[in-house]
Design a protein around this ligand. Structure first.
Ligand code: GLC
Length: 777
């Protein structure tokens, strides 16, 4: 298997007939069964079976199916050609005539024609640095990027495939959106039509004129989802693959990591520094060095002389947690208890000789638990159980691509050597996540586990947050982080983010500032860097730089109630946290924006992400004015030019938004979701209505599932600047929510729950100067 080469359609055979009644198609004299099943919400499953060619679907996680439906917007016609009918009844996606579905040995592909000027998005984790994805040829094969590509390749350009396989594509045609999901764990591939001249110097380097999706092996299972809007499409996808359960509140805070922290003393020192500098930080991460010689589940006594529980208890004072790394590879070392036990229990992957497969990772010769099977997963969960009780707050799963160093991973076989590597390669990390999740639940049954993972597959959204792997401290990676995270967010992986500041290379003061301003509201926020690189903790920068970093970390904490509620909403509806502008607005001209994004429906960011850039244009969509968080001005929609400021970043709030925030300026981790300031963004002469359903719970346990959650419904009606606010607590399971209302604007009059209230002048700092506000009550 070459992970950078792709099957070519000319090698495939295509059907010579299809009998829709008998659901059979003929290819090269062989008979296949082909069917299209329909589920509620215009979700379709295209499945082709042939027992001689493919085993059944080998995905570890099943999709979560809506009820079956009789409706058939997607039809299979002659030669098993597919047609998806759009809103007006004509096809918006159709198979290429005569070549809609093809096979070549165990490989298969689907070829489609899409309507005029199609646009493509999603693709899971890709590092192409463009939001719109026309003209790409790409593969899905989880890869340890720095291990498998040379530094000159990942230096400052995109490499593919990266760590995480989600073979999902969003297709836009006209104003309708379609999703294509390959529920197939083998190496899968896609080609989107379109031309990028910069990547083409001979004709055959162009991608096909057609949209191609397929797999090198495995039963063909293509899911076709019809939006029609991007919001409806994304909600359907997220529910199909599994929403992300609302994470613990602390995991939405700021995380400080670095490969090189040696243990107890370093963590205590970090703790003191964050306290001294009044920078909120919820967790301190431990990389490889907490282990005894890279032996997993064996904490070094040098790193934690009293055991990690002692350090964890000391950090509890400031509400900080320790999050250690966990690699899957077990040091191949007779005498090492974890290896001995795994060997005895026969939980490791095998090679073609029936022996334990050995790769070369951090500990040297390394064996790998077989996460494709239930028994080894249970074995792993048992170790995680003890690990979680050692005082660790969560964990960080790395090298689970699986990385085998210079050893070809294809030699790693699954299920006692009976299953080929390719069947589970892309699912290795998923199996590890499932087992780790289980172990944390066993250790702390009522606590929401927090797991971060580098690699994964469809279904990972239920178990783990993801970070986008090893990046570099340069402007390419800063810029690319926006489209990469947007792509993930549209592909069913809402809890994601990059290593803030960059993992490799020395960050500059300017880059750290620019990255923090751009990234401080990403769904996951961790500052992490590699061994030997310039330290990236905020207090290791000159005071003025630290001041800016601190300001934005504090602003994230101020906005935590908003972020948390977006995660609550995501669990209920499937809406992602980070959104492209066209998620919320239908204006023309939004379909190729790489450098702007929304956090939830109401916060728009347009950061400076080019080196030495002094001014930039910002597109403010829709028909209503936007609130400029830097100076409090209301700005008409359209295109505006902004100047870069040392402390500021272009951030705009949507007209009519109600943003729940923490009071004041947070200087530590304390969070109380019931003490909340609702900031209303209402232009002075605006007439309109707006509402928010705000949720508060303990942010930690599963008690919210048994009713321990409170809800406050806030509505605001403005008639020519006369404002009437209603606040009604509609659920009380977590006690009373105590709201304060803060109005950004100059209302002529205000009533709260029918009574006149005083408007007291106040100041609030967001991204710029202190803003004049009215505090009610
Ligand atoms: C990998 C990870 C990185 C980690 C390093 C050492 O490169 O991606 O985050 O710091 O391994 O464990």
């Amino acid at each position: 298997m070459y992970f950078t080469k792709y099957p070519h359609r000319a090698n495939f055979s295509f059907p010579q007939g299809f009998d829709p009644e008998g659901r059979t198609l003929e290819i090269n004299g062989q008979s296949f069964r082909g069917e299209v099943a329909s589920y509620e919400g215009d979700v379709y499953h295209v499945r082709v079976t042939n027992d001689a060619r493919w085993d059944g679907n080998k995905c570890l996680e099943s999709l979560i199916l809506p009820p079956p439906s009789e409706r058939h917007r997607l039809k299979a016609i002659e030669n098993f050609e597919l047609q998806l009918l759009g809103r007006n009844g004509s096809p918006i996606l159709r198979s290429v005539a005569g070549e809609g579905f093809g096979v070549c040995g165990k490989a298969h592909l689907f070829q489609f024609e899409v309507g005029e000027e199609p646009r493509f998005y999603g693709m899971g984790e890709k590092n192409f640095a463009t939001f719109e994805l026309s003209g790409y040829r790409t593969k899905y094969w989880n890869t340890d990027v720095w291990g498998d590509f040379s530094a000159s390749q990942w230096g400052d350009g995109p490499v593919d495939p990266p760590y995480f396989a989600t073979p999902y594509l969003v297709v836009k045609t006209g104003d309708e959106y379609i999703g294509l999901l390959l529920h197939n764990p083998y190496a899968t591939f896609m080609e989107t039509p379109g031309i990028d001249e910069s990547r083409v110097f001979v004709e055959w380097q162009r991608t096909s004129n057609h949209l191609i999706v397929g797999s090198e092996d495995g039963e063909p299972n293509l899911w076709v989802l019809y939006g029609p809007s991007l919001r409806e499409l994304t909600q359907k996808l997220q529910k199909l693959v599994g929403v992300t359960p609302v994470p613990p509140l602390w995991s939405l805070g700021y995380h400080q990591s670095r490969w090189g922290y040696a243990g107890h003393d370093d963590l205590m020192d970090l703790d003191a520094q964050f306290e001294r500098h009044k920078i909120p930080c919820d967790s301190l991460w431990m990389d490889l060095d907490y282990m005894d010689g890279y032996r997993i589940f064996k904490t070094s006594e040098t790193a934690f002389p009293g055991g990690a529980t002692v350090t964890a208890a000391a950090l509890e004072k400031n509400g900080r947690r320790i999050v250690p790394i966990l690699d899957p590879g077990v040091k191949f070392e007779p005498g090492y208890a974890v290896y001995e036990d795994g060997h005895k229990q026969d939980v490791f992957c095998r090679n073609a000789e029936g022996k334990e497969f050995v790769g070369l990772v951090w500990p040297g010769e390394t064996v790998f638990p077989d996460f494709s099977q239930g028994r080894p997963r249970t074995w792993w969960a048992g170790y995680v159980y003890h690990f979680a009780r050692e005082g660790f707050g969560g964990t960080w799963l790395d090298m689970n691509d699986p990385s085998t160093g210079p050893v070809d991973p294809q030699g790693m076989l699954f299920n006692e050597g009976k299953e080929p590597h390719a069947a589970y390669h892309n699912q290795y990390a998923l199996g590890m996540q499932m087992a780790t999740h289980e172990g944390f639940l066993q250790a702390k049954p009522n606590e929401r586990p927090f797991i971060l993972s580098r690699s994964g597959f469809i279904g990972s959204s239920k178990h783990a947050a993801i970070w986008t792997g090893d990046n570099l401290s340069n402007y390419f990676y800063l810029k690319a982080s926006i489209p990469t995270s947007l792509g993930l967010s549209l592909s069913g992986l809402p809890f994601n983010g990059p290593d803030l500041g960059g993992f490799g290379g020395d960050v500059t003061d300017d880059l750290m500032v620019d990255w923090t301003k751009a990234g401080f509201l990403f769904p996951f926020l961790r500052n992490h860097c590699g061994r030997g690189q310039r330290p990236q903790e905020p207090f290791n920068f000159p005071a003025p730089v630290m001041g800016v970093l601190r300001r934005y970390i504090r602003l994230r904490y101020k906005l935590l109630p908003y972020l948390y509620n977006l995660f609550v909403q995501q669990e209920a509806t499937g809406d992602p946290i980070m959104r492209p502008l066209l998620y919320e607005f239908e204006d023309a001209g939004l379909d190729r924006i790489d450098d702007q994004f929304l956090i939830g429906p109401s916060v728009l960011q347009a950061p400076f992400i080019d080196k030495d850039q002094k001014t930039r244009t910002v597109i403010l969509p829709g028909s209503e004015p936007w609130y400029d968080a830097t100076n409090g001005d209301w700005v008409e929609p359209g295109t505006v030019k902004v100047k870069k400021g040392r402390e500021t970043t272009p951030l705009y709030v949507r007209c009519g938004a109600i943003l729940p925030m923490q009071p004041g300026t947070p200087t530590d981790n304390r969070k109380e979701l019931r003490e909340v300031h609702f900031h209303l963004f209402i232009p002075p002469t605006w007439s309109g209505e707006t509402e928010l359903e705000y949720v508060a719970d303990d942010g930690l346990t599963f008690d919210y599932r048994n009713g321990a959650r409170s809800t406050l419904r806030v509505t605001a009606v403005s008639v020519d600047g006369n404002l009437a606010i209603r606040a009604q607590q509609t659920a009380n399971g977590f006690g009373a929510i105590n709201p304060t209302f803060v109005v950004h604007g100059e209302p002529k009059s205000v009533r709260v729950n029918g009574a006149d209230v005083a408007m007291n002048g106040g100041k609030v700092v967001l991204t710029g100067k202190p803003l004049d506000v009215k505090v009610l009550g």
